[in-house]
Design a protein around this ligand. Structure first.
Ligand code: FAD
Length: 409
């Protein structure tokens, strides 16, 4: 139900995982699509970032591009063991004989985000999706007939719909007048990527260490991914993250947590204050522009709801636009887009609360939070559920938003 021809490409701003998933999901619904991406084609994307790809995301990707889910699984790692320590002592450990479950696709896989993006780019090429690199979206005007987008390199594009997947600093979000509001973690987190040791690798287990004495009593998370390790250290509020990410300091920290043989194998390091932020609306007045992924929300990474929920946003936006494009009345087309935005706003609020619960468990220094953790650590030796709770809580609840129609996030 639009003025432009049915063959006018739908526009997607941003070729991050959300934008690329949106383009694949639109193609799977028979719609032409063009991506406008600010970066050059030969860009370097930093760090491992979203290593934990949930099973529901694998299923979504497989559905929109058969082979994409299985490609990620073949390139990823399903670690069989989860283990938790409290001040140097193990309080929980469990090894699964079939850690991925028995379905066609596993419950999760672990690989660097940059690898996931490479597979998505290949899939886009197979689907003949045009990507305009060096094309930074500058202005967006939307009305009853569709959207006009201009880019800083002088292009003008017209389209019935636009998906704004242009990340945390989204120009599309600013253009539709949505505001971005929320909180930031009080302390910083250090994140280092470390190459696997070629001759003496560690066992592939995800380890959480509360108050690790080897790093001055800070919390440490070690996550294996295909080819390496992610070391995540929770700084104290009084720590100086810049000093702690210096070459010698990070080598010491990696040596103390993963083992001395890893000290010189760091490939990337950074520090973050994690944000918990939502756009106040995910859609424009004309119901022609939908925000998706980090353009719409930022979550602390515990529970891995960032990229996973961005891909769910993308798939649902494509589904709504597909339905709107087939609608024979303007009102029905508007409703499809509006309902999608309402569902994804509710999902984002749920995901934000879940990530916030994990953050509170890790950062909360109130009497209640600390007492629960100490009691569980004391009880873990003779009551397994106490140790299992300590193992689980850093990632927040496992539940999915109550109203998702595709994916789980
Ligand atoms: C340290 C760290 C660890 C993380 N760990 C996890 C994890 O374990 N699991 C998880 O699910 N998530 C994790 N995340 C989050 C995950 O990396 C992000 O959620 C994900 O990259 C968001 O994807 P996106 O496509 O929405 O945004 P982005 O990846 O930011 O992509 C946005 C794209 O838009 C482009 N762009 C920007 N502005 C414009 C413009 N004006 N015009 C055109 N293009 C534009 C950018 O160049 C970029 O290519 C982590 C993040 C960090 C930083």
């Amino acid at each position: 139900m639009c003025a432009q021809s049915e063959r006018t490409p739908i526009l997607v701003a941003g070729a991050g995982p959300t934008g690329m998933a949106a383009a694949l999901a639109l193609r799977a619904r028979g719609l032409p699509v063009t991506i406008l991406e600010a970066d050059p084609e030969d860009r370097d994307r930093p760090g491992s970032r979203a290593i934990y790809v949930h099973g529901s995301t694998l299923r979504t990707l497989q559905r929109v591009h058969p082979s994409l889910g299985t490609d990620l699984v073949d390139a990823g790692l399903v670690w069989p063991t989860r283990r938790t320590l409290w001040r140097g002592d193990e309080v929980f450990s469990r090894t699964y004989s079939t850690p991925g479950g028995s379905g066609d696709l596993p419950h999760f896989t672990s690989l660097p985000q940059v690898r996931t993006e490479e597979f998505m780019l290949e899939a886009l090429a197979e689907r003949d999706v045009e990507i305009h690199w060096n094309s930074t979206v500058e202005t967006v005007e939307s009305g009853a007939e569709g959207v006009t987008v201009t880019t800083t390199n002088g292009e003008t594009h017209e389209s019935p719909y636009l998906i704004g997947a242009d990340g945390g600093g989204s120009a599309v979000r600013a253009a539709i007048g949505a505001t971005f509001d929320g909180t930031q973690s009080a302390n910083a987190f250090l994140i280092a990527d470390v190459d696997e040791h070629p001759t003496d690798p560690r066992p592939p287990e995800r380890v959480f260490h509360y108050d690790d004495p080897a790093v001055g009593g800070r919390n440490v998370l070690l996550v294996p991914f295909q080819g390496g390790w992610r070391v995540d250290v929770q700084c104290r509020v009084s720590d100086d993250p810049e000093r702690m990410t210096g070459d010698d300091a990070i080598a010491d920290l990696v040596g103390a947590t993963l083992g001395e043989r890893y000290a010189d194998r760091v490939t990337w390091v950074s520090s973050y204050e994690f944000k918990q932020v939502l756009a106040d609306r995910f859609v424009d007045e004309s119901r022609r522009v939908l925000l998706a992924g980090e353009a719409a929300h930022l979550f602390a990474p515990f529970g891995a709801r960032g990229m996973n929920s961005g891909i769910a946003d993308a798939d649902e936006a494509a589904s709504a636009i597909g339905a709107a494009a087939r609608a024979t009345t303007e009102e029905v087309a508007r409703d499809e887009v509006e309902l999608c935005a309402a569902r994804r706003e509710a999902a984002a609020a749920f995901n934000e609360a879940a990530a916030g619960q994990a953050l509170e468990h890790l950062q909360g220094d109130g009497f209640r939070t600390n007492a629960r953790k100490r009691l569980a650590a004391a009880a873990a030796d003779y009551w397994e559920p106490a140790g299992e709770w300590l193992d689980d809580a850093p990632y927040g609840p496992h539940d999915s938003p109550p109203i998702v129609s595709t994916g789980n996030y």
